[in-house]
Write a protein that binds this ligand. Structure first.
Ligand code: GLY
Length: 383
C-alpha cells in the first residue's frame, strides 16, 4: 500500500466513524506565538480542548504536516527520525474517550494489514502527580494484547504535551511494531522505549485530561478528550515491509535521485547512506516550509530553513555533488506530493528559486572558506 493510499484510508476510516475531515493547518501556526512550527495534529485545536472555543464538530480527522526542530541532528542517524513528517490524527473534543480510541486503533491497524502478533503497546506507568493508567492496560488486555507485550513507561515517554509551555496534555498509550530482533540492539532488555530501531512507535493515543499551567501544575479539563497521531512515514515503513522510513515510497525516489546526481552507489558506505537520507529529508522539509511562506534568514523559522538547506548541501558536497542540486530534489518532492498538496504544486517555482538561491549563496561561502584555508596552508608550507 503506498503512502497516498494510507493517507486516504485513514481519513476515510474516521469519516465513516462520524469525524469531520478537517483542514490541515499551515506549518506556521496562526495565533500561537509560543511555538515556531506546527508540530502535532492537535495544535490548531488547542482552544477546543480547553473549551475556550467551540469546534465545528466534536470529532475531526486530519493529515497534518508537521515540523519538529528537536530531531534535526538525528536525521540520517536513525531509521525513523525526521524533521518534516505527516501525522494522521483523529480527535475527540469531549466526545468519545479511551475505549473508542483503542478499538479504532486496533481495527485500522488490522485493515492496514499490520500483524497483530507483532504489535506491542506502552501505557503510562504513573508518577507522584498522575496515577498509572490501569484502564488503558485493561482495554488492551481485553482486546487480546498479551500482558507481556504491554510496557508501562514514565512521564518522559508516556505523558504527552503540552505543545508549547502550557495547554492540553495527558497520559498516552502508544502502538509499536516489532521490526524483528535482527534489526535492534540485541540487548536482553530491548523493548518499546529502547533507543534502537527494533520497536517502531507508529501511533500515539493521547488521553487528553489535563491542562498544564506555567508552573507545570495540572488541572483537570472539563471534558476528557482524544488526540491521536500516527506517523505516515512510519506506518508506510511497516506496511511496505521495510526497515527504515527512507526505504518507503515517500523517500526512495529522492534517495535514488540523490545517488544519481552524486554518481554514487546508494549503499556504497555508511556515510553515503547518511548523506542521501539527510538530503532527501531536508529537501522535503525545505519544500514544505517554503510552501507555507518561510524564507531563509538568520533568525526564527527562516534560520531553521537555512540550517536544513545548508545541512543538506554540506552532505551533498561531501559525497561529491559539485553543482547545485537541492532545488532539483525539491522539485521532485513537488512531483511526488503535488497531488495530495495542490498548494505545493502551486508553489513549485517559488520553492525552486528560494532553495536554489540559498544553495548558491552557501556554496560561495564554502568556496571562500576553502580559498582562505588553501592560502593559509600555502603560507604555512612556505614559511
Ligand atoms: N499529538 C500526539 C503526538 O504528537 O504524538
Amino acid at each position: 500500500m503506498n503512502a497516498a493510499d494510507i493517507r486516504t484510508r485513514f481519513i476515510e476510516f474516521f469519516v465513516a466513524r462520524g469525524h469531520l475531515a478537517g483542514e490541515p493547518a499551515s506549518l506556521v501556526p496562526a495565533g500561537d506565538p509560543s511555538v515556531l512550527f506546527t508540530s502535532a495534529g492537535m495544535q490548531q485545536y488547542k482552544p477546543y480542548y480547553l473549551g475556550v472555543d467551540t469546534p465545528p464538530a466534536t470529532r475531526i480527522t486530519t493529515a497534518q504536516r508537521c515540523f519538529r526542530t528537536n530531531d534535526i541532528e538525528n536525521v540520517g542517524r536513525t531509521a525513523r527520525h525526521l524533521t518534516f513528517f505527516e501525522m494522521l490524527g483523529n480527535f475527540s473534543f469531549g466526545d468519545y474517550f479511551k475505549t473508542e480510541a483503542v478499538d479504532w486503533a486496533l481495527e485500522l491497524s488490522d485493515e492496514l494489514g499490520i500483524d497483530r502478533g507483532r504489535v506491542w503497546v506502552t501505557t503510562f506507568g504513573g508518577d507522584e502527580t498522575v496515577p498509572p493508567d490501569d484502564e488503558a492496560v485493561r482495554l488492551w488486555v481485553e482486546r487480546g494484547i498479551p500482558e507481556e507485550r504491554i510496557i508501562r513507561l514514565g512521564r518522559k515517554d508516556n505523558f504527552w504535551g503540552p505543545v508549547g509551555p502550557t495547554g492540553p496534555c495527558g497520559p498516552c498509550s502508544e502502538l509499536y511494531f516489532d521490526m524483528g530482533p535482527e534489526v535492534g540492539c540485541g540487548g536482553p532488555d530491548c523493548a518499546p522505549g529502547c533507543d534502537c530501531d527494533r520497536f517502531l512507535e507508529y501511533w500515539n493515543l493521547v488521553f487528553v485530561q489535563y491542562e498544564m499551567n506555567e508552573e507545570g501544575a495540572l488541572a483537570p479539563l472539563p471534558r476528557p478528550s482524544i488526540d491521536t497521531g500516527m506517523g505516515l512515514e512510519r506506518i508506510a515503513a511497516v506496511t511496505q515491509g521495510v526497515v527504515t522510513v527512507f526505504e518507503t515510497d515517500l523517500f526512495a525516489p529522492l534517495i535514488a535521485r540523490g545517488a544519481e546526481l552524486a554518481g554514487v552507489d546508494p549503499q556504497g558506505s555508511a556515510a553515503i547512506v547518511r548523506a542521501l537520507q539527510t538530503m532527501a529529508e531536508h529537501a522535503r522539509g525545505a519544500a514544505f516550509l517554503v510552501m507555507d511562506g518561510v524564507v531563509p534568514s538568520n533568525e526564527g523559522r527562516g534560520y531553521v530553513l537555512r540550517r536544513i538547506i545548508r545541512r543538506a548541501v554540506q552532505q551533498g558536497v561531501a559525497i561529491g555533488i559539485e553543482e547545485p542540486f537541492l532545488a532539483r530534489l525539491c522539485a521532485q518532492v513537488v512531483e511526488m506530493m503535488g497531488d495530495a498538496y495542490p498548494a505545493l504544486a502551486a508553489s513549485r517555482d517559488e520553492i525552486v528559486a528560494a532553495v536554489g538561491e540559498e544553495e548558491s549563496r552557501f556554496r560561495r561561502t564554502l568556496q571562500q572558506g576553502m580559498s582562505i584555508l588553501d592560502e593559509a596552508l600555502r603560507r604555512a608550507r612556505d614559511s
